[in-house]
Design a protein around this ligand. Structure first.
Ligand code: HEC
Length: 162
């Protein structure tokens, strides 16, 4: 009990310290529609991840594969057209490597049927969710209080070589 209350105290201190910090993650300037696409994909990732965990709890490797497939590179290619010019390269690469993880999870669930292996792979994949969420936030030009104009100005000088 005492140990638990100590853990709780530490948790309270660290979360209140975090709340006091300004959100200093890199800002992605997107249109409302682009933001909608990103967040919709995100909710798909969360839902799919939940399905994988549920399937694993029943050792149902066919269901693991079925849940992981739609989160693979196919998902990325659907979103790419709308977004690839709007998002930084590092962001796209992190996203692509996450989708590759899910293709691997699906393939190994079919071929090797080893729940412990899938759990390890899922944990590795989810460390990419964490890394990206630690690094980026989304803003739209209509969000009050964000430096939308300064960002816009910088981008005008970059041209469209890629
Ligand atoms: C390449 C970057 C990246 C990766 C990888 C990533 N996310 Fe996100 N995610 C974001 C960004 C950016 C936001 C918006 C954060 C903000 O503006 O505060 C977001 C938001 C979300 C949201 C909120 C959706 C909403 O409707 O508000 C969920 C849920 C989410 N992500 C789940 C996940 C899960 C689960 C994974 C891993 C399986 C994941 N994300 C991987 C970048 C990423």
């Amino acid at each position: 009990m005492q140990k638990l209350s100590m853990i709780m105290t530490c948790w309270l201190i660290s979360t209140s310290a975090m709340a006091a910090d300004k959100d200093s993650r890199e800002i992605l300037m997107l249109s409302e529609a682009q933001r909608g696409h990103v967040l919709q994909e995100m909710r798909g990732l969360l839902a799919g991840t939940q399905e994988i965990v549920a399937a694993l709890s029943k050792d149902d490797m066919a269901a693991v594969s079925k849940a992981a497939r739609p989160l693979g590179l196919g998902m990325a290619h659907k979103a790419e057209d709308h977004l690839k010019d709007a998002l930084p390269k590092a962001f796209m690469q992190l996203g692509m490597s996450l989708h590759q993880h899910f293709d691997q999870i699906a393939a190994d669930a079919d071929a090797r049927k080893d729940p412990k292996l899938t759990l390890r792979q899922l944990s590795d994949a989810m460390s990419k969710c964490l890394a990206c969420h630690d690094a980026y936030q989304i803003s739209t030009a209509s969000t009050p209080g964000q430096p939308a104009q300064a960002e816009e100005h910088q981008h005008q000088h970059q041209g469209h070589s890629h």
